[in-house]
Every structure is written in C-alpha cells, then in structure tokens.
Design a protein around this ligand. Structure first.
Ligand code: ADP
Ligand code: ZN
Ligand code: ZN
Length: 738
C-alpha cells in the first residue's frame, strides 16, 4: 500500500506529490486527506504532509520509497470532499496545491480545547452526612465546606469550588482519594451564538415572498437542483425568504451554508437566524479566536450544527451533506479572494453545489452584471422583488449637476440643493450622511466645465495621471502627455479630482459651524474596534453628520438618517477598470438606500459632473434594468466579462530589469499559445500601481470565450516558469474575470 503525499511547505518547487509506503500497522488507518509525519530529504528530516491519493502500485523503485512515520493526530484531517475541492481551486484559479489546501482547511493546527471540570458525590447522601460529622469533629473546615455544598447541589463546577467556596486542589484530591467524590472532565465546544430566545417565525410571508419560497421548495422536492438569483430591493424581505427555504432543507436532514459579507455580519442579522433556528446555527468571522473557529469546524463535522453563517471562507465548512448554499449581497467585492488562489465565492459555491447535489440561492438589490447575465441566459432562475416588505418607503433622489453649479458661480463642494437640505435637517435634529465615493480612485483627469474625462482610445477605460506628467492606460500601456485645456470644450478647469474626507469635514465645519461631525475613513478607523466605535457613536446620535468613504454605506441602519449626500458620484466611475460603472451604480444605490430606513421617507442628493452617464442616471431613478441594459451593451462591444472570460497574468519583482525580461518572455509564450485559438491578448502594461514597497508589477490580459482555454494557457505558463532562471526573482500570479 502506497500513499501520495503533498509536503506541507509553502514552496513552489515542492508543489508535487511524493510517494511513501504505508507501514503494515497503519494499513486501514490511513485515509485520504489525513495529515501524516514523513521523513523528507537527504537528512530524513521529519515533516508533515497530506495524503491525497492511495494505491497499491509503486511509482518508482520500491526499495527507494520511504515509509510514513505516523499519523499526525494533533492536526485536523481534511475530508475527502475538501481535498477534491482544493484540487479544483488549484486548477480553476491557479495556485500551488499547498496554497489551495491552506484555503480550504481553515484552521490547521488543533487548538487546545476548553474543558469543564466538575465534582460530584461518589457516596450516598446518608454516608456523606456521616463524613460531614467526622470533618466537623476534626475541625477540617475546607473539607466540611466542600462536602456540605455537594450534599446540597450534587454536582459543582471547579470554578465555583475555587472562587466561591475558596477550596484548594489539595482538598479536592484528598476527598477524591477517600472515595467520597469523583472528578469529571468534559470537553466543551465554544458556541459563539448566545442568549437568544427561539421564537420561530415572526410573521407570515407576503405574497411575493411566498411565491418565491414555494417555487424553490417545490423544485427542491422534485429533485431539481439549480442556482437561483433573487433580485430584490433592499428591505423587500429576501432574508425571510432564505430562512423559509433553509428551514425546508434542514428538515430533510441536510446542511446549509449562508454567506453574508463580513461587514454586514452584524449582531442583528445573526440574532434573526438564531431566533429562528436556535442552537443548530453557528457563525464564523475573522474576529473569532483560532480556538473558537476550530470548534465551529468540529461542531459542523460532528453534525451538532446544520447552518453555518459566515463570510466567503464559510464555504469550506466540512459538512457532510450540504443541501443549500445561500449567498446574500452576491455582488459584493468581498466574495472574491485577494489571495492566491483568487477564487470567487459564487463560482465556487456553484461547483460545491454540483458536487454535493445542492442548490444555490444568490440574492442582491444590485446583482452583479455577471450573475444577471447568466440569469438572462437561463443559466440561473431569476426572481424579482420590487416592493418593501416592512414599513419603509423608498427615498426621493435629486441629482445636482456640478457643471451648472460652477456656471452659477458656486465653487464649493456642496450644491445648493444639498446645502439647503443640510440646513433643514440640522434644524429638525435629524441625521445626515455625506458619502465620498473613493473606491478604486485612480487619479483620472476630468473637466469641471463639461464633464469630459480623458480615456484610452483603445480600451475605453479612463487614463490615470502619473507623477511624470503622463496619462497612462493600465490595460494596454497607451500613454499621452497630460492636458492643460479640455480637448472638448477648451476650458482650463481640467484636472485631477482632489477631495478627501478630511477636506470635506473642514468644509462642513466652516459652512455649518453648529453641526457635530464624525469622520470615518482609513485614518480614523485604525485599530480593531475603530469602526464600531464611530458607528456606535453615530447610532447614539452623538453627531449630526457622518462623513465617510464606502465604509459608511454598507449594512448599517441608522433610523434617524433622513438625508444622504453623495458628494462626487463620478469619482469611482473612472477607476480605470472595466467594472468601474458597475461598482459606481452599486455604491450609489446602496448609499441612497441608507436614507429614510425607518419609514419616514428620506432624501438623497447625488452630485455629479455627468448626470447623463447611465450609472448615475439609473441609480438616481433606482432602475436596475436600465443600468444593466447599457452596461451589458458596453461589455458586449468590448468583449469584457461576462461576455468573454478574462485572465490577468501579473508579474512582479523587486528587480525592474528582471521583470522586463520575464514579462517579454511570458508575453511571447502567451501570444504563441493564444494565437493557436485566435485569442485576444493585451499588454504587457504596467500595473495600475506600478511600484508598491519597491516591488514592480506588470500585467498581461488574455480573453477567451471558453474559460478552459485560459486555464490551459495558465498551466503552460506554470510549467514554463518552473525552474526557468528568467523567473528566479519574478513572481507570477493569475486572476480570472476580475
Ligand atoms: P432584505 O433582506 O431584502 O433587505 P429583510 O428580510 O431584512 O429584507 O426584511 C426587511 C424588513 O421587513 C425587516 O425588518 C423584516 O423584519 C420585515 N419583513 C420582512 N418580511 C416581512 C413580512 N412578510 N411581513 C412583515 N414584515 C416583514
Ligand atoms: Zn470640457
Ligand atoms: Zn488601453
């Protein structure tokens, strides 16, 4: 019996399997996914590895095959399904097997478990009373106290014995040796969800909700497994629909994974699930300790829970019989891993569901273009929810054209409409949120008179201003000198967009000195709880105005906020990537959704230089369909995802010359491979941030109809660079449809 083992060292060169012999005494004990100790290298250093294949054939000279030393009991064993999942991640997104294993096995080291020690009487109560009398006579006070307490309570925890009764370990041991008491040790698994009353369903689903739930349940019962996309405005009651279906699925003995972006994983959300499902729910988040996360992992494996709620990594919960995966706010960027393997939770969920015969439900108020496209193609089944379920009303949205403001002589960063409404709310003692849309802001150049933006003539994305005074395209490398007059209208008000949250706060203080402000951005939220402190202060109405970046628009409800100002909606529109319009529409819609949540109805002012741009116009009229139609037309025209698949190859090095050489070589290989299928290659170009921490990066893009053609090229490159001296100091990473 032989085992293929992958060595647990994060090293590219070692990313292959090694064959070991399974010793006689371990035959039958060794299973796929187990972690074992093996001798490695010339010195037979003892290291750990995962068993990823078992077989009876030696792949080379049996004499030379070393033997497994032992099973690493203290390490968590991955289940077979999870190992297969790792192999898929490696193939689909590009990584070493080790990186993939580390991704799917969340907590590798076993963490010492929490124990609960208790003491109980080992004699009858009559006998105990006799002992008690003896202790009294001998004046053995500690023994007397302990026994007296035990006669009263039968079982007492160690914490009580030590802290409340003030009894030492010696006393306990003495009574134990006399056979009067027994000491028990129990392992307890930490449970992060506490103190909620299980109340079950709170209200009847409305007609819209019921119809969706019924249809999905009936599909499920007739054995149909699908991916559903629920497009429902914020507050339409999607969560209630998920819960209804989740209940149906767990009643059939299956398990459910529910993904929620970490930032929206608030106490309120978790409590809603807990009240409905009680102890069978658990959560994972990045604030939990290693031990706590490990315990959730074990509870899932043991079948103690059947619903796991968490961010994207909760996908790897080792359930044995998954029936459903729900992904709420499916459009969120956080569902894409930024670390290799750069997997996307939606695609990974679809794969897991296929392997486990499960269904997938995606939900969003602003679905990703990718998911909506698939729904339109019939790959997903689409449901729409157009009405708010509770009491809230949709806000009234105004658009303020900043070009007009300039013409009328208003050079401040607040339009007249916004100024007027801020005054009004301050008077009424209602709260205001001012949102500066800085996501992916990349130094684009725009005209303040006519709104014209400098773009790449080849890629139709914005050019980025560099310090050397040139405007650069980060897809194809196209460059041109910086302009001083608008090429469209001739105005000299053409420049970069420079307003930070700090400047906004200063302006607010100058114009509205009576207002109390809070600012939330990278600078004010450092430290673990920085975030929560500011949000809590605003929720407690310690300030009238909250100023911030995208951090303030996600997942927080402030009932007293009745005005949201979006200061420069355009800022994220020109981030220099093909998803800029999509992200802008999503952010504006989310920000607008913050106004008037409590039912009073709110108002939103969107300030912009390009009110005619479809992302802004569609967000202002809260019309997803209108946005989608325009956006998909643009993607079709330029063959961006989801119309075609796109692979980004990033090369990086601290040595600029080496990077140049490697990029050239990689480009020749890519062009040759891509040429066979007439695939489209762009680049190499400098990455959007060319130099970070003295590391330089270049990118090459390849587009193809067929995803597998891209992974084929990826695998060719992986092979080519292995051991190639040109790539000795150059790292290569892959990213898909980013
Ligand atoms: P979403 O997930 O779409 O944002 P939620 O499920 O959170 O929506 O519901 C929004 C609000 O409406 C919540 O306060 C919820 O309690 C309430 N709600 C949902 N469904 C109903 C219903 N059928 N009847 C009354 N209130 C409802
Ligand atoms: Zn102009
Ligand atoms: Zn270009």
């Amino acid at each position: 019996m032989y085992a293929d083992i992958i060595i647990d060292i994060s090293h590219e060169q070692l990313d292959k399997t090694f064959q070991y012999r399974v010793p006689k005494h371990l035959e039958g004990c060794i299973e796929l996914g187990m972690m074992v100790r093996v001798p490695f290298g010339n010195g037979n250093r003892q290291i750990f590895g995962y068993v990823i294949e078992l077989g009876s054939e030696a792949k080379y000279d049996p004499e030379k095959i070393k033997e497994i030393i032992s099973i690493a009991e203290e390490k968590v064993h991955a289940v077979k399904r999870i190992i297969k999942l790792a192999a898929w991640l490696k193939h689909q997104y590009g990584s070493t097997m080790n990186q993939a294993l580390k991704t799917v096995i969340p907590v590798k080291e076993k963490v010492r478990q929490k124990e609960k020690k208790t003491v109980a009487l080992a004699v009858t109560s009559d006998e105990a009373v006799l002992y008690l009398e003896t202790f009294a006579k001998k004046n053995a006070r500690a023994r007397y106290r302990l026994l007296e307490a035990l006669i009263r309570d039968n079982v007492i925890g160690f914490d009580v014995i030590k802290n409340k009764l003030n009894i030492t370990m010696q006393t306990v041991t003495a009574l134990q040796e006399m056979g009067i008491i027994t000491v028990k040790t129990e392992q307890i698994l930490r449970n992060p969800v506490k103190n909620a009353e299980v109340t079950g369903r709170l209200f009847k689903l409305n007609e819209e909700q019921q119809k969706i739930a019924d249809e999905i349940k009936s599909d499920y019962d007739s054995g149909l497994r699908k991916t559903y996309l629920v497009h429902g405005i914020t507050g339409s009651g999607k969560t209630e629909v998920y819960m209804e279906i989740i209940e149906h699925v767990i009643m059939q003995g299956k398990q459910v994974i529910m993904l929620i972006p970490e930032i929206a994983l608030t106490f309120q959300t978790v409590q809603r699930f807990y009240r409905r499902f009680g102890n069978s729910v658990s959560i994972m988040n990045s604030r939990m300790s290693k031990g706590e996360r490990y315990d959730q992992f074990l509870r899932a494996m043991k079948g103690e829970i059947n619903i796991m709620i968490g961010p994207r990594s909760a996908l790897f919960t080792p359930f044995s019989n998954i029936g459903l995966i729900v992904i709420d706010e499916e459009h969120e960027g956080a569902y894409k891993s930024e670390q290799t393997p750069k997997y996307h939770a939606v695609d990974t969920a679809n794969y897991i569901a296929k392997e486990s015969n499960a269904s997938v439900i995606l939900g969003s108020a602003t679905p990703s273009v990718e998911s909506y496209y698939r729904a339109c193609n019939g790959e997903y089944k689409l449901f729409t929810m157009a009405n708010r379920a509770g009491s809230g009303q949709l806000p009234v949205v105004y658009t303020a054209d900043l070009r007009e403001e300039l013409k009328e002589g208003n050079r401040s960063i607040f339009s007249r409409k916004l100024q007027e409404l801020i005054c009004d709310r301050l008077k009424k003692k209602q709260q205001i949120m001012l949102f500066l849309n800085k996501r992916g802001y990349a130094g684009f150049i725009s005209c303040r008179s006519c709104g014209h933006v400098m773009k790449c003539p080849h890629c139709d994305v914005s050019l980025t201003a560099h310090r050397n005074g040139r405007l650069v395209c980060h897809y194809c490398g196209y460059e041109e000198p910086v302009v001083h007059n608008c090429p469209k209208c001739g105005s000299k008000y053409i420049s970069g967009f420079r307003a930070g949250t700090q400047q906004v706060e200063e302006m607010v203080k100058r114009m509205f000195p009576q207002a109390r402000t809070l600012r939330m951005d990278m600078d004010t939220t450092s430290g673990k709880e920085g975030h929560e402190k500011i949000l809590a202060a605003f929720a407690n109405e310690a300030a009238d105005i909250l100023i911030g970046t995208q951090m303030i628009v996600k997942g927080h409800d402030f009932p007293n906020v009745t005005l949201v100002g979006i200061l420069a909606a355009d800022m994220s529109l020109y981030a220099g990537d093909y998803k800029a319009s999509e992200k802008t529409f999503q952010l504006l819609t989310q920000a607008a959704g913050r106004a008037g949540r409590a039912g009073g109805g709110g108002e939103v002012v969107i300030q912009t230089y390009t009110p005619e741009h479809y992302s802004i116009a569609a967000a202002a009229s809260q019309d997803y369909k209108m946005f989608y139609e325009q956006e998909i037309a643009y993607r079709k025209l330029l063959l961006y995802p989801p119309v075609q698949n796109m692979m980004t190859i990033s090369l990086s090095s601290g040595n600029e010359g080496a990077l140049e050489e490697a990029a050239k070589a990689a480009n020749i290989l890519v062009k040759a491979e891509a040429g066979k299928d007439r695939l489209f290659v762009i680049g190499p170009a400098n990455a959007s941030i060319y130099k970070i921490n003295d590391v330089y990066s270049k990118v090459i893009y390849v587009r193809a109809d067929n995803y597998d053609k891209l992974t084929d090229i990826m695998e060719k490159i992986e092979k080519y660079i292995l051991g190639n001296t040109l790539f000795k100091n150059v790292g290569v990473q892959f990213d898909f449809n980013n």
